[in-house]
Design a protein around this ligand. Sequence first.
Ligand code: ADP
Ligand code: MG
Length: 501
Amino acid sequence: MTAATETPLLECRRVGKRFGGIVALCDVDFSLRAGEVHGVVGGNGAGKSTLMKVLAGALPDYEGTVLLAGQPIRLNTPQASLAEGIAMVYQELSGIGQLSVAENLFLGRQPTTRLGRIDWTTIRRKAREWLADLEIDVEVTRRLDSYPLVVRQMVEIARAVHSGARVLILDEPTSALSPPETRRLFALVQRLRSRGVAIVFISHFIEDVLEICDRVTVLRDGRLVETVPKAGLDKHELIRKMLGHRLEAAEVGYETGVRLRARTRELPVFVAEELSLAGGFSDVCLEVSPGECLGLYGFVGAGHQELVQTLGGARRASSGRVLVDSHPIQPGDPHDSVCRGVVLVTADRAQSLFLKGEIYKNVTLAHLRRVAGRWLMRSREAGATRPVLQRVGCRPPDPLLAAGDLSGGNQQKVVFARWLMGEVRVLLLDEPTRGMDVAAKEDVMRLVAGLKQQGTAVILASSEPGMLLTHADRILVMSRGRVTREFADIETDKAALIRSA
Ligand code: ADP
Ligand code: MG
């Protein structure tokens, strides 16, 4: 049989998945051969993770059919997928850092001695054999968290393969790895390929995809664009297929280019000097002036999110300084940051809000003295909150409701309401509209634009090129923890941003 007529090891026919009203995946055909590395690419929200979660048994109510070696199977639970030999290594690894490498390899299935005790001798011996077999050079008695990310990934892969995985799904495995670490992971992937394992490789890094994959499937907006053999594909063509040429009015500007501004001559209000965070990013220098929005673009794991969090005091830099009006702020001290008017808003509302508490308490939290004088009065606090809620467009604008009863978009508006009651000099945003519907997104970004107009300096970190091209005056691109390029005083588009990341 030739490769073309061979029955694929795994096949998806017209697979679909909805989340409420959102069609995450629609009629997708996908096939996987034994001994191939198959790349899956697409922009944010293209449906890559959803397709793979279907295969991993994590989304039981999918539509369509999955066949294994020609036989239809139903993947209703992760156990069902594992039993069919399909294993997924998630971006958030599942290993337990405090346990040894050997314990992690045998997690949940430790062999026991005749007396019913855990058989440590066998565990260590087998763990060494397994890792040696895959040429993974680590000491099995050491704690897993004493090793870098790439080793933890390799241990998880070894665990999957030795529990019988024939299909291995890797979701963005290289996004936080250095180039030598990527080489190490690829060597393992190639060894597995030569043993006939079928590997799905999801990645934003087009170079990595072109290097390791035999075929590439492109998804866009939940639909299959095309599956192509690597031969004859180049980076530009792949990016073009990923983006497509959508003609909706809102998108036209991004495809044809947006003019970014030059640095302003105004004195910067916020400066980072040679800022580094171990394992996150290194040697970042940046400055923002009042009324300016600086965008930070990167793929997931590129370090831009860690950077804004560090700038906001939520993480403590390992070296370098952050200055507001030329005065250094206390590293890793969110309170000092807030006192100087530096405010961080993240995608994770649950982190910044007390969800069980009433909205007014959440809003006045940072301003109790000013609002209530010496005595905290519920009516006074609630009264002071109402107009701010109306201003941010919170629905409903009822200060006595629990914050947790609002939708995600409205919760984010409550976070803004809190900061609008004080003076915000520097607004740091980490994917501020993630998970919101279009209307809520627009509302929140209108608030940002309003603050900017009043002279607030804004730093906006996002992995969505469209978001940055719409809202940022200048854009710094980050890749693997470093700033790789600044876009300023130039016309640019989505493809150029993605290419430089
Ligand atoms: P990708 O991995 O390609 O970035 P995803 O598969 O994560 O894309 O998402 C595809 C679409 O499905 C997006 O519009 C996303 O917002 C939506 N989506 C994914 N997971 C969920 C979920 N648990 N609930 C609601 N919508 C979801
Ligand atoms: Mg994903």
